[in-house]
Design a protein around this ligand. Structure first.
Ligand code: GDP
Ligand code: MG
Length: 369
């Protein structure tokens, strides 16, 4: 997305620079003509005085100028913008940016920004730019960047919630969180990162490996749990995920553990049985929070997934993974604007400390500069 924005600025700069020069020449010529016509109306003596002051001409020249100056001579001697105080700027007209805005529209859509969000960004940009007077390239770059940042911040803040999940987790013991989403979005990795953050914030954690659908899922969590020194309740391959969750909650109660993190099997909307199974996990675990995990590399499909899970399960917040690997960045914008649910964390890599609290300002800056 950064590329689309900088190419927009670059093209607009070039346009304004060349057209700005033309406009300045026009300004110079117009004012010169006005001046010449003023001069032809004033008495020749007064005219001579004018030139003494403004141009510092010699007496000889003043005499010559009395009533004899041709328009040509006037032009050649008077085009001194500095002296006459012409302003070197170009006012941006709607026509100047129409085609560039259309180009940017295509690029934003290619960067996975939804139609609705694209329209908002372009509307904001148009309003901000049209009528502005540009005097230097730097000016223009700042103007475009600031306009974009403002608009992106607004979009990203729409459903933003500044909840302190670590504080909330202390309110009820054990605090139960279920994570779900389609296969490969990063649920298991995110749970490991989340456990790391909870521990760092002084909270004790237990993990329920309720993904009993994939044999490797148990091993994957076992690896993380042992590295993080966090207890894990494992399930049998093909076993009942709800009872694994139930066991973990019971264990948390008896061991006085603060937070239970429940991993689940990835499911697509075609998996009716798995959706039913997830409902059962939710019914039995009665989580305090349901988190949908979405992959920013999934493009607009992430939005479709979000809608599916909202309709079939419901959730409180979103964690968006693989933001580090996503050069486009449009998904976050579309999700933040459209979902009606906050994005609370973003995954920025493979390490445990790469789960970052979502912040609209930080994200907007990242997209633009
Ligand atoms: N670059 C990057 N990779 C991630 C991130 N989160 C998860 N992954 C990778 O995505 C792949 C799938 O993750 P996994 O947790 O197994 O997904 P699950 O099927 O939803 O449980 C793994 O290779 C992870 O290392 C992230 O924030 N950034
Ligand atoms: Mg998994």
């Amino acid at each position: 997305m950064k590329k689309a924005f900088s190419s927009f600025t670059e093209k607009l700069s070039r346009k304004v620079e060349t057209e700005g020069d033309n406009a300045n020449q026009l300004n110079v010529r117009r004012e010169t003509e006005e001046r010449a016509s003023e001069q032809s109306q004033v008495p020749s003596e007064a005219k001579a005085q004018d030139f003494t002051v403004e141009q510092g001409e010699t007496k000889e020249k003043q005499e010559k100028s009395q009533g004899q100056r041709s328009l040509e001579e006037t032009e050649s001697k008077e085009i001194k913008p500095g002296i006459l105080g012409f302003l070197r700027y170009k006012e941006i007209k709607e026509d100047d940016i129409l085609d560039l805005i259309e180009e940017l529209r295509v690029e934003l859509l290619e960067d996975d920004v939804s139609l609705e969000v694209t329209d908002k960004i372009l509307d904001d940009l148009r309003k901000e730019l049209v009528g502005k007077k540009i005097s230097r390239k730097e000016n223009l770059e700042d103007l475009v960047k600031n306009s974009l940042k403002k608009s992106l911040r607004e979009i990203l803040s729409k459903n933003y919630s500044n909840i302190d999940i670590f504080q909330i987790s202390k309110d009820k013991k054990p605090f139960v969180i279920v994570f779900f989403g389609v296969n490969g979005v990063g649920k298991t990795t995110t749970i490991a990162k989340f456990a790391y953050l909870l521990k760092k914030n002084g909270l004790s954690v237990i993990i329920a490996a309720s993904d009993t659908f994939r044999a490797a899922a148990q091993e994957q969590l076992a690896y993380h749990a042992s590295k993080l020194e966090v207890p894990l309740v494992r399930g049998k391959y093909g076993g009942d995920p709800a009872s694994v969750a139930f066991d973990a909650i019971q264990s948390a109660k008896s061991r006085n553990i603060d937070v239970v993190l429940i991993d689940t099997a990835g499911r697509m909307h075609t998996d009716k049985d798995l959706t039913e199974e997830l409902r059962r996990v939710v019914r039995i675990a009665k989580p305090n929070m349901k988190i949908l995990v979405l992959d920013s590399l999934a493009g607009n499909d992430a939005l479709a997934q979000a809608e599916y899970f909202e309709k079939n399960i419901g959730y409180d917040a979103v964690i968006l993974t693989k933001v580090d690997a996503d050069a486009k960045g449009g998904v976050a914008l579309s999700l933040a604007y459209k979902l009606g649910k906050p994005v609370i964390f973003v995954g920025m890599g493979q390490d445990y400390d790469s789960l970052i609290k979502f912040n609209p300002d930080w994200f907007a800056d990242r997209l633009v500069s």
